[in-house]
Design a protein around this ligand. Structure first.
Ligand SMILES: [Fe+2]
Ligand SMILES: [Fe+2]
Length: 275
């Protein structure tokens, strides 16, 4: 396989037609048989991979400073909100501030750091973020829809029963609301680069979606949502939730004959449900 074919496996899993703005190939490679996968990759992981004879490194999170239009993926919050019934202009307002910050932050990035490091080490390197988070979102949302959950507590139980969650160091937790609250509509707001913070959750709550799932949120935003008491916010746990989308991708690569060595708790073979 080559790096583009590896990217295509992820796009296909997520049902995406093109590479989103949070994923990229920094140094392409051909004839790849053995890859090192990690949720986070820095210079150390690239060096280990080149020393240990890996053909390529695949990261989930974008490498620090990468030249990526991350805000294009954050914009996906708007699509999810509109699909759930939020008016387009209010959805857009909820992401506007964060998108402006991301565009400003782009100018501060050390964009050539990782491409130049890969050239020096001659190690192919890519990151795949949005497609794997989108796959994870689909799996989590489908688990909730199929279970026909009625209370916030049941939402937490269904998420907590996913294999990646049940063996995680983190816990599915309730940041705002109560386990006994009835669930009307529940939205898993994942696959949009990062959580939507106070503004996105609050916008859902004000438009008839009373339960939102984030994979993580800041203490400050969670506390404010809890204090205002408009809805229920569940946090499913960052890396455990990332793994929900990552593991099927690694299994798909293994099925195509790639040898995958995975760090950070990811599983490349048929998932056993325990570490
Ligand atoms: Fe993540
Ligand atoms: Fe992720």
């Amino acid at each position: 396989m080559n790096t583009q074919e590896i990217m295509n496996v992820a796009l296909q899993l997520a049902g995406m037609a093109c590479v989103p703005g949070d994923s990229s190939i920094y140094y392409p490679g051909e004839n790849i048989r053995r890859i090192l996968f990690a949720v986070d990759v820095g210079a150390g992981e690239l060096f280990i991979a080149s020393e240990r004879g890996f053909d390529a490194v695949v990261s989930h999170h974008p490498p620090r400073g990468a030249a990526l239009p991350l805000w294009e993926v954050y914009q996906r919050h708007v699509g999810l909100m509109v699909e759930a019934g939020v008016p387009q202009d209010e959805a857009q307002q909820a992401v506007a501030g964060t998108i402006a910050n991301m565009k400003t932050a782009y100018q501060a990035g050390n964009h050539e750091h990782f491409p130049s490091l890969c050239r020096l080490l001659s190690i192919p390197f890519m990151n795949i973020h949005g497609p794997l988070d989108e796959r994870g979102r689909q799996i989590m949302q489908a688990a909730l829809d199929e279970s026909q959950v009625e209370t916030v507590g049941e939402v937490m139980e269904v998420l907590g029963a996913l294999p990646e969650m049940s063996c995680a160091h983190s816990q599915v937790s309730l940041v705002a609301g109560s386990p006994s609250h009835r669930v009307g509509k529940v939205v898993v707001a994942h696959g949009c680069l990062t959580n939507g913070g106070y503004a996105v959750a609050d916008t859902y709550f004000r438009h008839g979606i009373d339960t939102v799932v984030y994979i993580h949120v800041s203490h400050q935003d969670g506390e404010r949502l809890a204090r205002e008491g408009r809805g229920n916010l569940i946090v499913s746990g960052h890396i455990a939730s990332d793994l929900v989308g990552i593991n099927p991708f690694l299994r798909a690569l293994s099925a195509r004959g790639l040898e995958v060595v995975a760090l950070d708790g990811a599983q490349s073979e048929t998932y056993q449900g325990e570490k």
